[in-house]
Design a protein around this ligand. Structure first.
Ligand code: BG6
Length: 496
């Protein structure tokens, strides 16, 4: 934890401060943290972007963002205190002279030595350039005292997407490492900051009863679903180039897979946890051409090509389903089914741990009814919690059974407000120097290695045909067939 009463200045410099992310997420999160007195006592926020605003205009724009998006009720006094800490500098991300000006402005605003957290909230094409410019302007290195200890730090948060394939992610990692040490770099995946995602670790490793059965001996398969109701909206310019694998799988779904599949870390620290996640992702078997055909589904919702900004006859998938395998002792032969798509019937992120059937069923079960088996649903959102499904006897003389759910929900157990917003958690953790919820360079590359094998496979003759699905449905029939071939089906385990 940092010391809130510390007299050291802390400046958060946001690159791309006139963009949507700053207004919708970053400044509302900072406002709330400020209201809760959780930011360093002497913090400042400096926006930097090409848009020609001054500090007064920046404050006006951010006020409307806070008004619209903050979870904290708007308060005039609260706003006045917060707004007095906001500053703005206009400049181009590519012009060295503008970095000199930014540095000078920062020195004037800070007045004294300061820690600095640079937040790259820009389109990804600027990432490498901004970091190189910060390095060239002498703004990127930690400052040390006479004993060599860091007296004022420099850290950089990098938004996603980090690369668009393995090669570009490796190149970006190299460019970043030319200027910064890995301990200064915080690569964002906002899924990692979701309370229920963090809770996967607690659930698995702070309870003794699940770990013994968390393996191929008891688990039939795992399903990871991230379904969204939103369609491409006004993001077509980005999305049509990216598609669902880059937008959702390389980051969010691969991180969920790693958390479910990883071995217990020896300690709760950033490197021990990230080491285990990386090992798990490295053990995911890249798909051969034959598996690309049989174990992947790609689809587009009907009407996608008519959206503004989407290329005519675009073949960008808005939905994908994958069957992946982790080649290690714990998971050999256990399929991990991953699916995600836009314009689906419900917004739901959930993980199903489907257990095997009892080896011998001594109770009379109707032949017409498929034998059911237990599952555990980790409900990431909405309605965060768990469902555990098992069979019970229906009261009466007959031996008949019915599945029931045992449920835990955060809303019931804790005050609704106690679940922090992902960006609040991420900003605080980066300020505190805790990188546990951020992705390390080897983790990014391990995830890309898997997703790249699919992206490349989809460029070949092995690619499955691009399926279509109706908006507001649960996706293409091909995704049901992917599981159906092995007598399995997708579950909606969090909807009762
Ligand atoms: C982002 C993707 O990373 O995650 C978006 O770029 C997606 O396309 C979003 O909508 C989903 O996040 P959440 O928190 O709403 O599940």
């Amino acid at each position: 934890m940092f010391d809130q009463t510390s007299s050291t200045n802390t400046t958060i410099v946001i690159f791309g401060a006139s963009g949507d992310l700053t207004r919708r997420k970053l400044v509302p999160a900072l406002f709330r943290l400020c209201r809760q007195n959780r930011l360093p006592a002497r913090f400042k926020v400096v926006g930097f972007a090409v848009t020609e605003w001054d500090t007064a205009e920046f404050r006006r724009q951010m006020r409307s963002g806070v008004d619209e998006f903050a979870r904290e009720p708007f308060s005039e006094t609260g706003w006045e205190i917060f707004a007095s800490r906001l500053f703005y500098v206009t400049g181009s991300f590519a012009d060295p002279a503008d970095y000199d000006r930014l540095r000078q402005n920062l020195l004037d605003i800070e007045g004294d030595a300061a820690h600095r957290l640079y937040y790259l909230a820009t389109p990804p094409r600027f990432f490498a350039d901004i970091i190189a410019q910060l390095g060239a302007a002498g703004m990127a290195q930690d400052r040390c005292d006479e004993t060599g200890a860091i007296s004022t730090w420099r850290r950089v948060i990098i938004e996603k997407p980090f690369g668009r394939d393995l090669a570009s992610a490796q190149a970006l990692n190299q460019a970043v490492h030319m200027v910064l040490d890995e301990h200064q770099i915080y690569r964002i995946d906002h899924y990692l900051a979701k309370e229920t995602v963090q809770n996967i670790l607690v659930f698995r490793f702070a309870n003794a009863m699940f770990e013994p059965i968390w393996n191929r001996n008891y688990i039939d398969h795992v399903q990871i679903t991230v379904a969204e109701t939103v369609d491409v909206g006004h993001r077509a310019g980005y999305y049509d180039q990216a598609g669902v694998l880059r937008d959702m799988f390389q980051n969010h779904l691969m991180q969920l897979l790693a958390l479910v599949g990883m071995e217990p870390p020896a300690a709760f620290d950033a490197d021990a946890i990230r080491d285990e996640k990386v090992k798990t992702m490295r053990a995911v078997r890249p798909l051969s051409p034959a598996e690309i055909t049989s174990q992947t589904v790609r689809a587009q919702y009907k009407g996608y090509c008519a959206a503004e900004g989407v290329a005519e006859a675009s073949t960008t998938p808005t939905y994908a389903a994958l069957e992946l395998y982790i080649d290690n002792w714990r998971w050999q032969g256990v399929p991990f089914y991953l699916r995600s798509g836009k314009a689906l019937a419900h917004k739901a992120s959930e993980i199903i741990i489907q257990f095997k059937r009892p080896p011998h069923m001594m109770f009379p079960v109707s032949l017409a009814e498929p034998l059911r088996s237990n599952y555990l649903a980790l409900c990431i959102q909405p309605h965060e919690g768990f469902h555990q499904r098992f069979e019970v006897k229906i009261p009466g003389r007959e031996i008949t059974m019915q599945p029931v759910d045992m449920e835990f929900h955060y809303d019931d157990a804790f005050t609704p407000d106690s679940v922090p917003e992902a960006y609040e958690t991420l900003l605080l953790n980066a300020l505190e120097g805790d990188a546990t919820l951020f992705t390390r360079s080897d983790g990014i590359e391990a995830a890309w290695r898997v997703i790249d094998s699919v992206l490349q496979g989809w460029q070949t003759e092995a690619a499955p045909p691009l399926a279509t699905y109706a908006p507001d449905s649960w996706g293409p029939v091909e995704a049901d067939e992917l599981l159906g071939r092995n007598g399995r089906h997708w579950r909606h385990g969090c909807q009762g």
